[in-house]
Ligand binder design. Structure first.
Ligand code: FEO
Length: 164
């Protein structure tokens, strides 16, 4: 059985993952407007991954006999700037999510909840990957001069992202 504190913290993380999904869908819409279809695809796959993260937490709360409480989602921004600025925001957002996961883990330790700690190990590892893939794109974008056709090459590459 989950403690009230642990349940509240897991519910807050469901909210954060659902917001991440919403944010990435907003970013995908922005990339579509820039006519960068590959980036839009990458962000849409990311949107789906985030929904998967929310579902994992949702299922875990139920498996532990807890109660899921959903709340209203905040609207994501409408503007994200250049492709580089867009992916810098992806990276920054992932760093933020990493800090949320670490705090959640600390709550599980404080609550002496071993099952939640083991469950959260997956998220800790996932965040390492999430940050690394966003940073890799940021670094590639930094190497592309403004208004260079190389952006379309990268766009094509990002359009190949599979559903992991
Ligand atoms: Fe669910 Fe990208 O963190």
């Amino acid at each position: 059985m989950l403690s009230q504190k642990m349940q509240d913290a897991l519910n807050a993380q469901i909210q954060a993952e659902a917001y991440s999904a919403w944010l990435y869908l907003g970013m995908a819409a922005h990339a579509e407007q820039l006519n960068l279809k590959g980036m839009a695809h990458w962000l849409r796959v990311q949107h789906q991954e985030e929904l998967g993260h929310a579902y994992k937490l949702f299922d875990f709360v139920h498996e532990r006999g807890g109660r899921v409480a959903l709340r209203t989602l905040e609207a994501p921004p409408a503007e994200y700037g250049t492709p580089l600025q867009l992916f810098e925001q992806v990276y920054k957002h992932e760093q933020h999510v990493t800090s949320l996961i670490h705090k959640l883990y600390e709550t599980a330790v404080a609550e002496k909840d071993l099952a939640t700690q083991v469950f959260l190990n997956w998220f800790v590892t996932e965040q390492v990957e999430e940050e690394a893939s966003a940073l890799e794109i940021v670094e590639k974008l930094k190497m592309i001069p403004e208004k260079s056709g190389a952006i379309f090459q990268l766009d094509k590459e990002l359009g190949k992202r599979g559903r992991d």
